[in-house]
Design a protein around this ligand. Sequence first.
Ligand code: SF4
Length: 191
Amino acid sequence: MRALSNRKSETEAKIGELPILVLSHCILNRATRWWQKGKPLQKNQGLSFQILSLLSDLKIGVIQLPCPEFTFCGNPRPPRTRDEYLSLPGFQQHCRRLADEASKYLKSIIENAREPSVRILAIVGVERSPTCGVKCTPIGRGLDRRYVEEKGIFIELLGESLRKMGLEIPFIEVDLDRPEELVEKIKELIN
Ligand code: SF4
């Protein structure tokens, strides 16, 4: 299938192209991150203000993805690796359903933006997440856990679903403890 252009012709781009980033849910709403007794509540409060402030300065719009872990497990829930999440009956299917819905939605955003067009700069995952990691994902079980350079469950399925629809959108990830690093990544995408 021919890839649906996420970037219209250069001429159109000069006329007007509205940049958008697609963000993992907890970048805008930390309340969905894993929490159980003993974890400081502050880690689950609010949003990543630095990221929003940057996007506002750069005039970049945002779309928020669903949180697969919270909508499946809620809170309290323990931190799990990708292998541990894959062992939860139904979780992978849940991620696949959310990924298919999100891809259809993103496709409709691109197709319906006839004028001005939109350009989805990237999908932003969360570093070290078993579900939304892009290049850094925890694997293993119990005490035998480590990080590998692989995608999380949802991000992998989202990539597959987008490809089936002929959409090419880059994936990047942010370390929520170092949101300032996203600045350079976004600047590279814009230029
Ligand atoms: S990284 Fe993904 S699955 Fe984990 S809390 Fe954030 S949005 Fe939810």
